[in-house]
Design a binder for this molecule. Structure first.
Ligand SMILES: Nc1nc2c(ncn2[C@@H]2O[C@H](COP(=O)(O)OP(=O)(O)O)[C@@H](O)[C@H]2O)c(=O)[nH]1
Ligand SMILES: [Mg+2]
Ligand SMILES: [Zn+2]
Length: 690
């Protein structure tokens, strides 16, 4: 049941992260100013018991769920902008023209943000009527404010005569309803004449010069008193020589041709505003330096071991210069008759199985049982093939250590399977991550990279979907804790990847990291058997573990078991990704705020520079938290990338429910990186210039 918000108090998180509750009296909802002012949210004024006025913007509980996700993302951008500013400036240096956030509440029925109210009245009310000195003050305040925002990586995106106010002696910004962080992919936003062409079309990535266009249009309006229209666009040249020169290139059609705010200020001989200071800089800088050292060290090791070239254990040439470059694609498989298929491991018992068209079964979906498939009488090749496509083969399980089980024939007759171990200790977020990966695959997340998908075992995959994916994202319930298992590696789910004429089963295993720690002797044979066959590893790290939740030696214990898979340079030839999971818990904290907001599915390309930058930030983040042992996969594997990921987008309530929905954020990124590293995808974009 949804409980409307109690209007006599607000419970929220402050800038410092404290939970507080204030008694308030709420005013009526303000008239919506349309898309520009409030992005479709409700705004109202609150008065605290001590008489302080606060401005609240909130999503109401009645918002249709389809709009709700988009609104939530928008509100979170606004909160992000407010928090970034507050954290980057000392109170005494806070830019006086920018609004100040008080606090926020998310992961609940009516998420909201609280602001100190802005003084004055909209510039629209004074257009064409300002004295020259006042007009110049507006210009200085507007571009100084934009310079501060740019310094913090924030783009306002909603500069209009309604969102900038005049107090009588200066201009102030009113809120961040449309704000975004720089480098986020654009979505169409804003309208003529205020929004820049690239904002309206929604192409490319958000950048600081988007706001320059809007500021120039607003100033033209203020100066001339004439609002531009589509038919009558603003013309700086008509504003007289002084303003014409100042604003000349601010309306260039492309952002790269416009000046930034600092350039405009310098034209006025105005001193730039004081630089913001990233509170994370100190800790992050040390970690980022360490990252570079590790990369350099890995490169030197490889260069010093020339024997490594051309004969590493995985049959791929080790990378000489870059840790990020993909392995060259594996050589084309030798021409083979359809009847010759490379033996592979059974994903259930881990024994090696060779394809033979014997012992075939068909699954009776009504009863879930398997019945023998007699093919002796079927001589028609296409009929045989058709029957075979849905058939299973009973696993011979030579080590005789498992209940009878059946493998889809298509698993045994495909190209090279890719087994991915998801490693992490209990509660790291492995199960939710895999559900997120599957939901993003369903949402065509691989299709844009030219990969089509299907189930390996339709019935088993469907069961996984219902119990995991549907439960989390459609029924909005957190997944139950996976039963403790006595096996170190359990098959979880698999998908067939159809890419560039090849068919690869992609098989995911849940690897309980704890069971690899010294002392778990009974696990050794099975665990070792699994690791001998694994093609890639995802190491899952909780972004915000509870105290004492984490034993950070498990990754090292897993890697120790892999030591025989290292090249002559000592680096492990197992492509790896370190996933910083549950990153939504720190989604308003730098550097996670930036990464978790990137949504660039459908790009068809993996951006190498982004992989490097995110890996560096991920490394620096864990390093700064003194969790260096978790970075072992990075220093010991030849190829390893780091990723910030959330399987849910936010937290659930005490009953384990995501009442307003859970959404995966960037769960596919680590997988895409691994697909490049294993040679399934062709590679990163951009030639290796650096
Ligand atoms: N906020 C948040 N919580 C998560 C996320 N993923 C998992 N959790 C929570 O973390 C706990 C453990 O997750 P689970 O996937 O079962 O961990 P596992 O033991 O490694 O499989 C559960 O209570 C989840 O609700 C996430 O992306 N965001
Ligand atoms: Mg689990
Ligand atoms: Zn088997």
């Amino acid at each position: 049941m949804y409980n409307p918000m109690d209007d006599s108090s607000v419970l929220f998180t402050t800038v410092d992260g404290d939970e507080v509750e204030w008694g308030v009296s709420a005013g009526p909802d303000l008239e919506s100013g349309g898309d520009h002012r409030d992005g479709g949210m409700r705004s109202r004024s609150l008065t605290t018991e001590s008489g302080q006025r606060i401005f609240q913007r909130r999503i109401t509980g009645s918002t249709e769920s389809r709009d709700r996700a988009a609104l939530e993302l928008r509100l979170e951008s606004e909160i992000c902008a407010g928090l970034r500013l507050q954290r980057r400036y000392e109170p005494a240096d806070y830019p006086r023209m920018l609004p100040k956030i008080i606090g926020y509440a998310v992961d609940r029925g009516e998420p909201f943000v609280l602001w100190h109210p802005s003084a004055g009245r909209p510039l629209r009310d004074v257009a064409g009527r300002l004295l020259v000195a006042d007009l110049e003050q507006v210009i200085v305040d507007l571009f100084s404010g934009l310079a501060c925002l740019a310094d913090c990586g924030i783009v306002h995106r909603g500069i209009t005569p309604d969102t900038i106010r005049w107090t009588g002696d200066r201009a102030v910004f009113d809120g961040f309803a449309m704000a975004a962080l720089e480098k986020e992919p654009r979505s169409p936003i804003g309208s003529l004449p205020w929004a820049s062409p690239e904002q309206r079309s929604g192409s490319g990535h958000v950048e600081r010069r988007d706001d320059i266009w809007s500021a120039a249009v607003v100033l033209s309006y203020l100066i001339s008193g004439q609002q531009a229209t589509a038919a009558n666009p603003p013309q700086p040249a008509q504003l007289g020589p002084k303003y014409g020169q100042l604003l000349a290139d601010t309306l260039a059609p492309r952002g790269s041709m416009r000046p930034d705010a600092l350039t405009v200020l310098s034209r006025l001989s105005i001193e730039p505003p004081r630089n913001a200071v990233r509170p994370v800089d100190g800790a992050m800088a040390a970690g980022a330096q360490r990252f570079l050292d590790v990369v350099t060290d890995k490169r030197h090791r490889t260069e010093a071991a020339p024997a490594a070239r051309g004969q590493s254990s995985a049959g791929e040439r080790p990378v000489k210069r870059s840790w990020w470059r993909s392995a060259p694609p594996p050589p084309p498989p030798p021409q083979r008759a359809r009847s010759e298929f490379v033996p592979r491991r059974c994903y259930m018992c881990l024994d090696t199985v060779e394809w033979q068209p014997t012992d075939l079964f068909i699954r009776d979906n009504a009863t879930g049982t398997y019945q023998a498939l007699p093919l002796t009488g079927v001589t028609d090749v296409s009929k045989r093939e058709e029957a075979m496509r849905h058939a299973f083969k009973r696993c011979p399980n030579p080590s005789k250590d498992a209940e009878p089980h059946y493998l889809p024939v298509q698993y045994l007759r495909s190209d090279r399977p890719i087994s991915v171990g998801i490693v992490g200790q209990s509660l790291a977020g492995k199960s939710h991550l895999l559900a997120g990966i599957m939901r993003e695959i369903e949402d065509e997340g691989l299709a844009s990279f030219g990969i089509n998908t299907g189930a390996v075992d339709i019935a088993a995959h469907d069961q996984f979907r219902q119990n995991r994916v549907v439960r989390l994202y459609d029924d909005r319930r957190t997944l139950e804790h996976t039963q403790a298992s006595d096996s170190a590696a359990n098959f979880a789910d698999g998908v067939m990847l159809y890419v560039a004429g090849a068919v690869h089963p992609l098989m995911f295993f849940d690897v309980a990291g704890e069971l690899f720690l010294p002392g778990n002797h009974q696990q050794r044979p099975r665990a070792t058997q699994f690791l001998a066959a694994v093609d890639a590893l995802i190491f899952v790290v909780n972004a915000a573990p509870k105290p004492n939740e984490e034993k950070d030696t498990t990754f090292g214990a897993v890697l120790d078991r892999l030591s025989y898979r290292q090249g002559p340079d000592g680096l492990l030839d197992v492509p790896s990704a370190i996933v910083i999971s549950q990153s939504d818990k720190l989604r308003f904290t730098e550097p996670i705020d930036q990464w978790i907001r990137l949504r660039d599915r459908g790009k068809h390309q993996i951006d190498r520079d982004r992989i490097v930058a995110e890996s560096r930030d991920g490394y620096a983040f864990l390093h700064g938290q003194n969790r260096v042992p978790l970075l072992t996969p990075f220093s010991r594997s030849r190829r390893c990338t780091l990723h910030f990921v959330s399987a849910t987008g936010g937290g659930h309530d005490d009953a384990g429910e995501f009442r307003f929905g859970a959404r995966p954020q960037r769960c596919l990124d680590p997988l895409l990186s691994l697909l490049v590293m294993t040679g399934v995808l062709p590679g990163w974009t951009q030639s290796e210039a650096s």
